[in-house]
Design a protein around this ligand. Sequence first.
Ligand SMILES: [Fe+2]
Length: 280
Amino acid sequence: MNAPLEDEFGDILEKARDGKNWSVDDLARAAGVPVGALRRMERYEIAPSDDEARRLAEALDLDYPSLLAIARGTWSPKPVPADPGPFDMVCLDLLMGSYPVKCYLVTCRATGATALIDTAGNPRAVIERARSLGVTPRMILLTHAHPDHAGGLGMLDREFGCPAWIGPDEPRPAGSRDLRFVADSQSLPLGALAISVVFTPGHTAGGVTYRLGESLFSGDCLFAGSMGRANASWPGLFHSVTLRLLTFPDPFRLYPGHGPATTVGEEKRHNPFFRGKAPA
Ligand SMILES: [Fe+2]
């Protein structure tokens, strides 16, 4: 097995319930599973039987084999090969307090121009890592404004003195003296390369994904085998994944803000929320 998934069976149940606006009692009635057992599943205390997992999948419109594989711990995405494009990508696996979060440094090989994608809310660690790699970000691209993705901009601004970009419908994170707003489909130059903007709202109102080559930096839109929490809109988030992210070709890499990297193809085949739901 590879890196542990961000979401367990219990998280998936809770997020799928949220999509239906169901209480635990509603789900218990719909799936014929006792309320007490459901509560314990959502607290990661017990695993479902095969039959319970099947009934829960049916009630929640989840893909049963994919859901069962996650309940049994038999699936995680295959290791993702490096993007063939002319850039280097370094994933910074950091902690904001005790909470694991990822951010990314991407560097154009031809020019050395570097962008930081999200901050992990840990500017000291980002600065240290950038120094050790010998790179200086010239732009900070924020997928959304949550503190574990956009915190620490003040220190990063003082160190790197570069603009930070964010979706126009996000709250304004503090600390940048040069905060700019991206537009959907906008192309942002990075040395000889271009990073394109894909609006992917739902986790937050103005969440965006950044695409470079065959890599998608998608923040908290989707996790391997699960979806983000739909703080702004559950159907909005579902559509962002099915109608935007999963319409890229299968080998495209998905680099989320938490948990392991995955690919469009892996998620189309193994994500209980999305298997069979993205356009062919
Ligand atoms: Fe978030």
